[in-house]
Design a protein around this ligand. Sequence first.
Ligand code: SF4
Ligand code: SF4
Length: 440
Amino acid sequence: MLFQKFTTNTGIRTEHHKNTSGCETVKMGVPKKVLIPLQQHIGAQCEPLVQKGDKVKAGQMIGDSKARVSVPIHSSVSGTVVSVAPVLYPGGFYVNAVGIETDGMQEVHEDVKPPVFSDKAGFIKALRSSGLVGLGGAGFPTHIKLSPPEDCNIDTLLINGAECEPYLTADTREMLENTNAIFEGISIVRKMLNIKNVIIGIEKNKPEAIKKMKETAAAFDNVRVSELKTSYPQGAEKTLIYSLTKRIVPSGKLPMDVNCIVMNVNSVSFVSEYAKTGMPLIKKRVTVDGSAVKNPQNVEVLIGTSLADLFEFCGGFKSEPRKILMGGPMMGISQYSLESTILKHTNGILAFDEKDSVLKPESACIKCGRCARACPMNLQPMNINLMVNKGRFEELDKYHICDCIECGNCSYVCPAKRYLVQSIRLGKAELHKCEIEAVK
Ligand code: SF4
Ligand code: SF4
């Protein structure tokens, strides 16, 4: 069936630029102020639980929602709430955010204690309270991902250590620095969800991580480390599932439909840490790199820290930054301001100078088909681009535009430098508008 078949010749070779993979993570101190958006996940925005003037402590819940798909938000610091107001989110829309002036004490809130759970229901409840979302970049609430319907027989837990985006090395450092925590987290998840097999996928360009993970995995039954071809986007969920199990997730379906659950290495590691300490998700390892950054490194940073403070911690800029990305160069979102803040699922912040930021002008499509061959979802980006440019948004469904994972491969390989992924994003938004209009 067209659009449902993955092939091994999809995916592309990119330059790796894994400059920071050998650098141990450095811990950044408490900034003077944090700004914590009340939505850092796929799903409903949280309602604020604090107001201006309130004193808060580290790990305190400051936002929550009654919606099923949502997770609570916690304060990453102790201090005083100075604002609860809408801010422009790094993704380009407005959300409420809690501004906190820190006191530097990092007093921990009294609710922070190791969770007690002995069955799946208790585990899922604890996970929700932890505020965990997919730390690979997607930001989907983990307690929902780990709650498939009862009749869904999950037989394999896939652990994503592919980290295929250029520059990013935060997952690599997790595998090297917190190997045991990853395996403890895996043990908790498979025990609570009664999952038999575990496969950890790591791209071949991370030999040290592969070695360490394989050595540790040897002590566990039915856990194996699989070396993956270095090819972008190897870490995309459906691509990873195919690479590790040869199972094909059909269009519009989820990993659980092929009896799999996929978790990022950092997510399982957090599960282990949370089980021991009860401290919710308030910090993140972030790769800071790019041609404009003075001291590229991996930084453990409190959520809500501004990009300005983070770059200052990394020695500032060695040249004028012309493009700042939240995420990697293939899927990252351009940032308009250094006041944007680190979110739960931020895994990289990149700053590029003039020569690395130039967006070349588009020329006419020469119908070479490279974009289609490079598409991991077997789409036809050139035809989607054509439909978008003609404004025929209502027809985009026929081209399975919603299967696009916005990996950027098509734009990367296009010799005409067509703005393919940009037009696909626009097309998705316009199609969504058409669908809303149709039900009115
Ligand atoms: S951005 Fe979308 S259309 Fe382009 S290659 Fe990736 S999945 Fe395919
Ligand atoms: S890669 Fe570019 S030039 Fe080639 S078919 Fe696709 S859009 Fe056209």
